[in-house]
Design a protein around this ligand. Structure first.
Ligand SMILES: NC(=O)C1=CN([C@@H]2O[C@H](COP(=O)(O)OP(=O)(O)OC[C@H]3O[C@@H](n4cnc5c(N)ncnc54)[C@H](OP(=O)(O)O)[C@@H]3O)[C@@H](O)[C@H]2O)C=CC1
Ligand SMILES: O=CC(=O)O
Length: 329
């Protein structure tokens, strides 16, 4: 008998066919996100789940006693209660590597947009404000090339950002991570820095860390005070890595020049969020990995992890905190 799985989001025909070959499955194929109570009811009958950032709590796991694996279609897995998953022996997987270059592209798109004020100037032209006079200084932006970039998080994606910065834009790169990376320093000529010095010296600060207890509100009022007044913050990590209220105040008081945000404390963010009213803030709706090719690769990777987890194989991408569950099998 094939193992029973539930697919908690729409997938392509190819992915569905792959899962169908190995599993008996049910699927949530509506565009809107699956309601938590529907996911729970389905999870009670399944050995494996494929989800996209659905919250997996202790209470959820306690009620879904057949689960062996939960495959997340994202690299970040802050939606997993890792302690509870370990307690219930449920393997969690994610989709690293396949999205790195795409997310690094988006980080650069955000950096360039904020520095050169692309959304503002796009509106200026489209609204008919371009009247042919010599361009006024108020339209000027700031350079990206030959400036200093501080990257907070030097993992898979951080490295791809560093490569673009050094070889594409001649930037000086400083980085912070939990441990220094001497080999990457040699490859990219970048320097490891404590967070405070990185904030003090960078023209652009990119956040690309996982959301954990140690990174929640990593950047708050105290950190904004350290940043240059012409600095631009790019957050492509998770909204909660930044104290959003402190960011609003830092922008209002001119402590930093601007921000470019793919992620927010609460998603979707409220239309009333003051950040959305600020010209010096560029926003996109959490689309770091959102190209058709990369998203398809992520979903196929998630399907492969799911199938391996319910058919007695070893999923390729078990999250590091739960790898003990595999070695203990
Ligand atoms: N906006 C979007 O659409 C996307 C967002 N993301 C987010 O980006 C995150 C990073 O992805 P990825 O590069 O694959 O992850 P990795 O695990 O490869 O890298 C994470 C990096 O963060 C560092 N780090 C962890 N904790 C801290 C800390 N307290 N202070 C400083 N550095 C820290 C790690 O240090 P060390 O190497 O020393 O352990 C590591 O260098 C994801 O977890 C996700 O939240 C990812 C993809 C898309
Ligand atoms: O936010 C996206 C991810 O893959 O993590």
């Amino acid at each position: 008998m094939k193992p029973k799985v539930f697919i908690g989001r729409p997938v392509s025909k190819e992915v569905e066919a792959y899962i169908a070959k190995h599993c008996e499955y049910r699927i949530w194929d509506k565009k809107e996100p699956i309601p938590p109570e529907v996911l729970l009811e389905e999870a009670k009958k399944a050995e494996g789940l494929l989800v996209q950032k659905s919250a997996i709590t202790e209470d959820f796991l306690a009620q879904a006693s057949h689960l062996k694996v939960i495959s997340n279609t994202a690299v970040g897995y802050d939606s997993f209660d890792l302690e509870a998953m370990e307690k219930y022996g449920v393997i969690g997987t994610h989709t690293p590597f396949v999205l790195d270059e795409t997310v690094a592209d988006l980080v650069f798109a955000l950096m360039l947009s904020a520095a050169r004020r692309i959304p503002e100037l796009n509106n200026y032209v489209k609204q008919g404000d371009w009247n042919g006079e010599t361009q006024a200084e108020e339209l000027f932006g700031t350079d990206v090339h030959h400036t200093t970039l501080g990257i907070v998080g030097m993992g898979r994606i951080g490295e791809k950002i560093a490569r673009r910065a050094v070889f594409g834009f001649n930037m000086k790169v400083m980085y912070n991570a939990t441990t220094p990376k001497p080999q990457l320093e040699e490859t990219y000529g970048m320097v490891y820095s404590d967070l405070d010095s990185l904030l003090e010296q960078s023209d652009f600060v990119v956040l690309i860390v996982p959301l954990t207890a140690s990174t929640r509100k990593l950047i708050g009022a105290e950190q904004f005070k350290r940043m240059k007044s012409n600095a631009i913050l790019i957050n492509a990590a998770r909204g909660a890595v930044v104290d959003e209220q402190a960011l609003i105040e830092a922008l209002q008081t001119g402590e930093i020049r601007g921000a470019a945000l793919d992620v927010f404390e609460k998603e979707p963010t409220s239309p009333d969020n003051p950040l959305l009213k600020m010209d010096q803030v560029v926003v996109v709706p959490h689309i770091g990995s959102a190209t058709a090719k990369t998203r398809e690769a992520m979903v196929m990777k998630a399907a492969e992890n799911l199938v391996a987890g319910v058919t007695g194989g070893v999923p390729e991408n078990v999250v590091k905190e739960l790898q003990g569950l595999i070695s203990g099998q």
